[in-house]
Write a protein that binds this ligand. Sequence first.
Ligand code: ZN
Ligand code: ZN
Length: 346
Amino acid sequence: MKAVLFEQFGQAPSVQRVADPAPASGGVVIKVEASGLCRSDWHGWMGHDPDIVLPHVPGHELAGIVVAAGPLVTRWKAGDRVTVPFVGGCGRCFECTSGNHQVCEHQFQPGFTAWGSFAEHVAVDFADTNLVRLPDSMDFVTAASLGCRFVTSFRAVIDQGRVKPGEWVAVHGCGGVGLSAIMIAAAAGANVIAIDLSDDKLDFARRMGAVAAINAARETDVVGAVRELTAGGAHLSLDALGHPATCYNSIANLRRRGRHVQVGLMLGDHADPKIPMGKVIAHELEIVGSHGMQAFRYEAMMQMIEVGKLAPQMLIGRHIGLDEVPQALMAMDRFEGLGISVVTQF
Ligand SMILES: [Zn+2]
Ligand SMILES: [Zn+2]
């Protein structure tokens, strides 16, 4: 099969012919029909992920058709249209058996712990636990665009953030995660404030359902601005970017007993940000993380998409071919368009 392969971190990947994958005993092989590009792929290529073993095929936001299943797979067969969360649970550890596959102790992540979906075929292990059936009405590109951003935002807003209708929600950072979170929180009945440095992204955020926007490049007191708009502070606030400044603002702009959800990754120098812990205590604030989403929680999200309450396809940008992936991947740190690029030609 054809696949995008790199042999050294930071050196140009190329499209090569490699051996077709075979399913593990509990896994499947999927013919990839669509695969989204993500900044996590760029981090992987740069060598920031210790799980990656060289040579490597990246790609983790995939949808396609099952073409082969291992002998222990009971729920899936050739021809099934599927997608898969970027964190696959083993199905057997304590976290998985308690329903928390997103923090499994033995995670399977296509494109990180194994070869990924910038290829004609991808092998996915623990299929019975992790595969998600696509509704007939959902095309492969939309399914791939759920990727890591949309499902991560769904869990962050609905499950970890416990958003309620009528609440004020502040979303710091309007990249793919932030825009998804705004759409989901607005669909859940919240009043959403978008915060970003770019007017283009803030305009897009309003189209996703934000009722107010703050440009942090011009507003020096973001926390004060949120507190004024909300008459006391947000009930729920998300750092969708992953930066010490947005993390701090997201906690500081909460009202008493408010909830902060950290969604944006904190890497390298940003791993230990400053937190207003005095306020966390005095105002009984909650701080929680959010990491992916379990396969069994897709159903609720899929139903909201099917009835039109959520429209992840609005976040799709360019359709590209597999041969364009090496250039697009290497440019991920410099160029961030408004929409997700999705590979649709293999
Ligand atoms: Zn597990
Ligand atoms: Zn991703």
